[in-house]
Design a protein around this ligand. Structure first.
Ligand code: HSE
Length: 342
């Protein structure tokens, strides 16, 4: 059995989803040979605590449920900043779950860099550092002999990065297309049943699909960030967000949705990435009206889908959850298992 000490930066939806998995799936995880100990949690709003023997995930979740500061739990140290947590917790793995900022990638990028410099593996579901600084962070991890786990940045725990980056690495991926944002897909599905936009968005927030600032979802920035991640991590490109042609769903009206339905079609926010024979990368995120017979038209709710077009296998499609507490919490576990298997 390998014991793995974890420090969590951020204890919002994803951190709580991961804690829930550790609480409820302990037997499964032990059977895989892993003993996970959360030795530190640092959250701007919920408090910061450190305990070398580890916290019970159930206690962490209970404190949040009661609206009580984590700092009311028995702990050896309290009030540490994220930096102090990284430097002083003695964790093996930093789990970086602070809010996504696709403009600067901060503060998350600083946390990831510091943890790697301090000799910790890093797992992050935060799209900022990966969309903006992946090559440099990955080079630092490699130089230090450490792993940088990023499965949860695209399609939450559905293993799109592992599929594209490892299993299809030799298949000649030249095009990637899909539905990569759970919030907007959920909103569009709800609006098809007659729900008003604001109510559908509130539902996505309540279910933990939306970003802290949902503008990133509905204006297509989140999906565009994922396109950048796919391009740069899987296709060796060096795209930036500004190079993605981007349009969100906010201009779609209930009338647009109804008229598509009347014509046997559906609006979907489609992300697309294609390498031309000349080596140019064309990338976009835009609402697209699909016939109901199209394979992506039936992907509803917060479910996502990705199709890799490859030279050797033709099209390979993966469908699964794209957002949500448990689904994204699972991405952390899958990265942890990959680190410890290696
Ligand atoms: N806000 C994102 C979504 C979360 O709705 O898809 C997962 O990246």
């Amino acid at each position: 059995m390998k014991t793995c000490k974890l420090a969590l930066i951020g204890f919002g939806n994803v951190g709580q989803g991961f804690a829930q998995i550790l609480r409820d799936q302990q037997e499964t995880i032990s059977a895989l040979g892993l003993n996970c100990l959360i030795v530190a949690v640092s959250d701007l709003h919920k408090g910061s605590i450190y305990q070398p023997q580890g916290f019970s995930p159930a206690d962490l979740l209970q404190a949040v449920k009661e609206g009580s500061s984590l700092e009311n739990l028995p702990a050896q140290a309290r009030g540490w900043s994220a930096e102090e947590t990284i430097r002083q917790s003695g964790a093996d793995v930093l789990v970086e779950l602070s809010y996504t900022d696709l403009q600067t990638g901060e503060p998350a990028t600083g946390h990831v860099r510091l943890a790697l410099q301090e000799g910790m593996h890093v797992i992050t579901t935060n799209k900022g550092p990966v969309a903006l600084h992946y090559p440099a962070l990955q080079a630092l991890a490699q130089q230090k002999g450490l792993k940088l786990g990023i499965e949860g940045t695209v399609m939450s725990g559905t293993p799109s990065m592992q599929l594209g980056g490892e299993l299809l690495a030799g298949a000649g991926v030249f095009k990637i297309q899909g539905i990569l944002n759970g919030t907007t897909n959920y909103i569009l599905s709800q609006m098809e049943t007659g729900a008003p936009y604001a109510e559908a968005l509130a539902g996505a927030q309540q279910k933990g699909y939306a970003e802290a600032d949902p503008t990133g979802d509905v204006e297509g920035y989140d999906a565009a960030g994922k396109v950048v991640i796919l391009a740069n991590v899987l296709m060796g490109a060096s795209l930036t967000l500004s190079q993605i042609q981007r349009e969100g769903i906010t201009r779609l009206t209930p009338a647009d949705i109804q008229s598509a339905q009347a014509a046997g079609e559906r609006w979907k926010l489609i992300a697309s990435l294609e390498k031309t024979p000349a080596g140019e990368i064309l990338a976009s995120v835009r609402p697209t009206r699909l016939p109901q017979a199209h394979p992506l038209a039936s992907v509803g709710g917060a479910t996502n889908a990705i199709t890799f077009s490859t030279a050797l296998l033709g099209d390979v499609t993966l469908i699964g959850p794209g957002a949500g507490r448990l689904a994204t919490g699972y991405a952390i576990l899958s990265d942890l298992l990959a680190i410890y298997r290696a």
